[in-house]
Write a protein that binds this ligand. Structure first.
Ligand SMILES: [Zn+2]
Length: 264
């Protein structure tokens, strides 16, 4: 697999801060010098083909969604990285008070540790797959990416008796192998078209509400987190106000699967 190769490249880029020409900076991103040669045609992190001559492909197609095409003022709120014993109940309480559903993309390891948090969510909210350990699938080969996805779905089945149909890749990162792994598991890959931007509102946290509301368009899939960094509390604390504002503006709330069904 290509993991060793990727790590070697990282090491070169780290050294590249002092080695002119090894990497160039583009905005906040680093453009990698092509130091490692071509990636393998079959296998490795990039290929969408698991083996030569795949007479029996492991999937027939893949669906990747950022936003749903609909004329309706319909939204899907999503919360990643839980379940979390402190924050998830706060999000669920805000959703219940407003009478709206959401979709939670769960880490398998957190399901094992804190699965009871969502015992009452099945049938009311949607639960999707967010890998078992929240690793960067863009760096894994097919076997490792499939393992991350399958272990998460297995943990969800054990805890909730359901098989998820949606998948969100950690960090929004996908490789050929990760795409293939999601397709092989029959999962629709769900990204997002709006998100809480907590880091921009540390000094004026109430501004999160207007910032989030301003990102809503018909069919928006909106990203939040019910686990993670301390500053994410800023959005959870203001979720009731955001929901009230959006309901007053006539927005309707749907699980991601229900929003997909509205696709025009
Ligand atoms: Zn995540």
């Amino acid at each position: 697999m290509g993991l060793g190769r990727v790590r070697r490249r990282d090491a070169l880029v780290a050294a590249g801060a002092a080695a002119a020409g090894a990497a160039t900076t583009v905005g906040a991103q680093v453009a990698f010098a092509d130091d490692s040669g071509p990636l393998p045609f079959y296998g490795g992190p990039a290929s969408l083909l698991p083996a030569p001559d795949p007479d029996t492909p492991i999937a027939t197609e893949l669906r990747v969604v950022w936003r749903v095409h609909t004329p309706q003022r319909a939204l899907a709120l999503t919360f990643d990285d839980g379940p979390n014993p402190d924050r998830t109940p706060r999000v669920l309480a805000a959703l219940d008070a407003a009478g709206v559903p959401a979709t939670f993309f769960l880490r398998g390891d957190n399901v094992v540790a804190h699965g009871a948090v969502h015992k009452g969510s099945v049938g009311r909210h949607e639960l999707g797959n967010h890998t078992f350990t929240h690793t960067d699938l863009g760096r894994l080969d097919l076997a490792a990416a499939r393992s991350e996805i399958e272990r998460c779905s297995a943990a969800m089945h054990t805890a909730y008796g359901i098989v998820p149909t949606l998948f969100r890749p950690p960090y929004g990162h996908l490789s050929g192998a990760a795409v293939l792994a999601a397709a092989a598991a029959g999962l629709t890959t769900v990204l997002w078209s709006g998100r809480f931007r907590e880091s921009g509102f540390r000094d004026q946290p109430d501004g999160i509400v207007a910032d989030a509301a301003g990102q809503m368009h018909p069919g928006t899939i909106f990203l939040g987190h019910d686990s993670g960094t301390a500053e994410r509390i800023l959005s959870i604390e203001r979720l009731p106000r955001l929901l009230a504002a959006l309901l007053a503006q006539g927005w309707t709330f749907h699980t991601v699967s229900d929003l997909l069904a509205l696709s025009a």
